[in-house]
Design a protein around this ligand. Structure first.
Ligand code: GSH
Length: 280
């Protein structure tokens, strides 16, 4: 694994690493914040999955998460949002919502995406392996959060792998990709036209089909321009209500879809994760 950069902040270190992923068949870049800690001490790890158009950098430089992570003793891992590089196909028109920067955290089953677009395997296997090899992590204490497409990733990966993540939260997540334009394009492209196959990659459908996790925290800005057409948190609210999954859905007046919104509430999410990561 190559260390691209390292910088001290809040007594810890912000790293960027690059490593080769078997899952994607490409080099992958991720950011890792390691808080101050004692020699030989291992720490819980929180994964943050970013949204459309992002890389490992957006969360790292814009969310302001490191100060509180340093206080709470949490390692933060921010991966890239898709494979990249020579031979990796992109949206035919270069659109921002499919292909590069838009991997949707699933394993593609439709051509030509199958070769490289294996983001679920990357996040669940190659990334944790790389993290464990380089950083002082307690791999029995992992949790996951994300924004928008990354909120979809956090919810679906957690629901598909119960017990793997001790806490799950999201900022402005795509909760039902089968029921919005971003999701229909992505699931149709990566998985093909059979909508039955989409249900395994749709948080609301997964919950309707019986998937269960302990609880979920979601923040959603009410001035988010994607709220009504793409995000639809009321669908998650109804599904959780029916399935008996405790959902804390906070509708935040005046906040938009940006990292200013994430920065405003990241502390609450980190504390929510830290409490659950500390249990047992
Ligand atoms: N470029 C798109 C929006 C893409 C977008 O809003 N991306 C969000 C995630 S879904 C983001 O985090 N962008 C990067 C940033 O704000 O740093 C548009 O103009 O409609």
């Amino acid at each position: 694994m190559d260390q691209i950069s390292a910088a001290r902040l809040f007594g810890g270190v912000q790293y960027v690493f690059r490593h080769s992923s078997e899952a994607t068949g490409t080099p992958m870049t991720f950011a890792a914040f390691v808080p101050p800690h004692g020699i030989g001490e291992t720490l819980p790890v929180v994964y943050f999955l970013a949204g459309l158009t992002c890389t490992e950098e957006n969360f790292t430089v814009k969310a302001g998460a490191q100060r509180v992570a340093a206080e709470l003793g949490l390692i933060l891992i921010a991966p890239d949002t898709s494979p990249r590089g020579e031979g990796v196909p992109d949206d035919a028109e270069g659109a921002y919502d499919f292909g590069l920067g838009a991997g949707f955290y699933l394993n593609a089953t439709a051509l030509p995406w199958t070769r490289h677009y294996k983001m679920a395997d990357y996040i669940l296997q190659d990334l944790p392996r790389a993290v464990a090899s380089a950083l002082p992590v307690d791999m029995t204490r992992q949790s996951i959060m994300g924004h928008s497409m990354g909120g979809h990733g956090a919810l679906t990966l957690s629901l598909r792998n119960p017990g793997r993540f001790r806490a799950t939260s999201a900022f402005a997540p795509i909760v039902a990709p089968s029921q919005c334009a971003w999701g229909e394009k992505a699931l149709g492209g990566y998985l093909g036209p059979d909508r039955a196959a989409w249900r395994g990659h749709d948080a609301v459908a997964l919950i309707e089909d019986g998937a269960k996790i302990a609880d979920i925290l979601v923040d959603q800005g009410l001035a988010d321009k994607f709220l009504a057409d793409q995000l639809k948190p009321e669908l998650l609210e109804a599904a959780c209500d029916k399935a008996g999954i405790p959902l804390t859905l906070r509708r935040q007046d005046g906040y938009d879809h940006s990292y200013y919104f994430i920065a405003s509430f990241i502390e609450d999410h980190l504390r929510w994760h830290a409490a659950r990561l500390a249990q047992g």
